[in-house]
Each structure stands twice: as C-alpha cells, then as structure tokens.
Design a protein around this ligand. Structure first.
Ligand code: ADP
Ligand code: MG
Length: 382
C-alpha cells in the first residue's frame, strides 16, 4: 500500500504580502497530486491567528470576509478547527512530537507529515515561523531559521555575500536611531560615498514596500523618513541603470540553478505597482543574454545560495549594468512568489521541471532536510 503524504499548506500571515501568499497557496493546493498527497489548508489572518481545515478552505475560496467573527482561545482560532473533513482516518502512530505550545492545534499538527509555508515577508520568510516549526519538530519546505532571517535582512545578506566575494552595488546603512540623532551625518555619508540617484530601502521588507529612488537631498530625507517607518535599519544603495535578471535555485546539499529570466518592469523601477497591480511587467524566459553571462549568473546564484546556507528553494536576483554588462547580485528571496505565473515556477518550467513536479521535489527536500537535522547528536560526552 502506498502511504499518502499529508501536507499542511500554510498561507496568509502578518505581512504586507498576505494577499500574494493566498494566491500562491491556491496554486500550490490545486497542483498537489491527490494520488500522493492529502492536503490540509492552514490560514493565518493579518492579526496572526491560525485556522486549519474547513475554515482555511473557506478563506481560500472567498477570502476572510466569508468567515464569521472567530471564537478565539489566545492566539488560536478554535471554532471549526477539526480538520476531520480533510484527513480521513486516525492520528498516525508515529505522530509528530508536539509537546510545545503551538498556534496550530496539536491534533492538527499530529496529522501532518510536512508543512509548506507559502508565506512571504515578515513572520513568514524571516525565520520566525521556521523557528516554530523546528520547535514542533515538523519538516517544512524552504530555508531554515538562519538562512531565512539573513535572506530577509538586506544588510546581513550583503555582508554574507561580501564575505564570499560576490559583486554587489555600493551601499551605506544607518539605523533609525542614527537617522533621528544625526541626519546630516547620514546625508553627508550618502552624498560622499554614493551620490545620486540612489535607492533607499527598509532593510527587512519585500515587494518594494517603503523603497524610493531619490535624486536630491530633499528627496533623500523624505525617503529615509519613509523607510524608517517600516524598519529600524535603513539601507541606501547607489542607483544604477540596470537590467534585472533572476535565477531559481532548488535543492539542499547540491543545489541546482534554473535558466535565468529577465524582468522588464512597467514602471521606472520594479515597485509594488509594477509587481502586482498593473500586470504590465514582462517576464522574459529565458533572459535574452549571452551564454557567458547566463553561465556566470547561474554560478553566482549557487554561490549566493550557499553563502547564506539556504535549503529547499530561493530566487536569486541580479542586476546587469546596461553600460558595462557588469553583473551584481541584488538579493536572495527564500520564499519567492509561487503562483503558477510567478517567476520561480516559470523558470523551472523552462528548465524542464513542471509546476506539480516542482512542488513534489520541494516536499521531498523538506523531508530530507528534517532527516538530516535529526542525524545531529544533541547530547555529548564530556
Ligand atoms: N541599486 C539599485 N539600482 C537600480 N535599481 C534598483 C536598485 N535597488 C533596487 N532597484 C529597483 O527596485 C526594485 C526593488 O528593490 P529590491 O531591493 O529588489 O527590493 P524588494 O526586496 O522589495 O524586492 C528592484 O527590483 C529594482 O527595480
Ligand atoms: Mg526584489
């Protein structure tokens, strides 16, 4: 008898990318092969409350508005949380060790073999939820705690990239406190080291939220004020005239890189509107670049992946400077957009891995990584 793998698909979440996450989860759930997998949808609302089973399914179908106000028990939505309609049969003999407190009810966790957190941004892609999964001892798709948090923090990420010699844009960084106590020191630093135009970004967000391109000191001040609303760390980068090329990486110990793709933003830069709202940005797969550039970018993508000790998947984004063809790494995204139309799955499709096959591989890598973790001894002789 073939044992079916029970997959919990976690979506929504306390982040600006809540809606994108719901779209990604719909695609994933639709594509999961029902001959191999049973699916438990698990929704997190914008306040951070979790629902599993039928309630979560209703969120996928009609949004949060379709639910009545939940009865809550601390952080856990209890009403309708049985999940019985989703997994037939009893709790498995080799259930998960869920001795720790959980925002997912224990009986739900016990019936899950592997989790796919299709969560983007804060509290989803930044190591926090990954830490909880580690405590619960449940396999999960994607990067571990450290790689997730480094991948989310543009300052830490750049330092890790620098440590392995990856080429990147010149930048300076300041804390909110430094900006508030000595703004002229910050602007002077930016002007002497970078000049204009430059990009101002909160260190820990995604989807271009809080990012501005600035061309003067007045704009710089406003942009730092804006970024400082979102984060206590602010990064300022030299603004270059670039093409944007992205690579999908997949795997654990021997990660593979896809063919690169190019994004042609519909706006002056790839801002939130260009990414999600106007639907006019173009993805060109494969990227129309030379074979040499293709190979260089794929090699750097793997190097970046290993630099942050990533596992599972990541999309690695590059700039190619238009005048010089110089390749610079921009960032790594440990839980990239995952709808059927998103860059990450599209890149794998073009490389020969279809969407549902890709999901199967990710689940297998999640289980492999959990087994690998269990091999490490936690007790030792002195
Ligand atoms: N240094 C830069 N030079 C030129 N364009 C940039 C620079 N930094 C960011 N951009 C533009 O802004 C977009 C968003 O920046 P990015 O750092 O990728 O933030 P996010 O993590 O929100 O995706 C990029 O896709 C690119 O279009
Ligand atoms: Mg980006």
């Amino acid at each position: 008898m073939v044992t079916r793998i029970r997959v919990g698909v976690v979506f929504g979440g306390k982040s600006g990318e809540h809606e994108v996450s719901i779209e990604s989860a719909k695609s994933v759930i639709e594509a999961l092969d029902r001959n191999k997998y049973d699916v438990m949808p698990i929704a997190i609302d914008k306040q951070g409350r979790w629902s599993a089973g039928e309630r979560a399914r209703r969120v996928l179908e009609g949004g949060w508005a379709t639910l009545q106000a939940p009865r809550t028990n601390g952080n856990v939505v209890t009403e309708g949380n049985t999940g019985d309609d989703v997994f037939a049969g009893s709790v498995p003999e080799q259930g998960l060790q869920t001795g720790q407190p959980s925002v997912i009810p224990e009986h739900v966790m016990e019936s899950i073999d592997v989790l796919f957190p299709v969560l983007h941004g804060s509290y989803g892609e930044d190591g926090t939820v990954q830490g909880m999964f580690e405590l619960l001892n449940v396999p999960y798709v994607g990067a571990g705690v450290a790689a997730s948090s480094v991948g989310m923090d543009k300052v830490l990420m750049k330092r890790m990239f620098a440590a392995v010699g990856l080429p990147q844009v010149d930048y300076v960084y300041c804390t909110r406190n430094e900006w508030e106590t000595d703004p002229s020191m910050v602007t002077k630093n930016v002007e002497t080291r970078l000049g204009y135009p430059c990009f101002v970004k909160p260190a820990n967000l995604g989807s271009s939220v809080g990012i501005s391109k600035v061309k003067s000191q007045a704009e710089l001040r406003n942009a730092i004020d804006l970024a400082a609303k979102y984060d206590r760390k602010i990064i300022i980068e030299q603004g270059l005239n670039v093409r944007e090329v992205e690579v999908a990486v997949l795997g654990n110990d021997a990660p593979k890189a896809s063919v690169p793709g190019e994004v042609i933003p519909s706006n002056e830069f790839y801002d939130y509107r260009a990414k999600y709202l106007d639907g006019e940005s173009t993805l060109m797969i494969p990227a129309p670049i030379s074979d040499e550039l293709t190979e260089e970018i794929r090699r750097l993508a793997i190097q970046a992946y290993k630099a942050i000790d990533c596992s599972g998947l990541a999309r690695v984004d590059f700039f190619v400077e238009k005048d010089t063809q110089r390749v610079l790494i921009n960032e790594i995204n440990t839980m990239p957009g995952f709808t059927k139309f998103s860059m990450y799955p599209k890149l794998w499709e073009a490389t020969g891995v279809a969407y549902s096959e890709l999901i199967g591989k990710l689940l297998a890598y999640a289980i492999e990584r959990a087994e690998e973790r269990r091999r490490s001894q936690i007790e030792f002789d002195v």
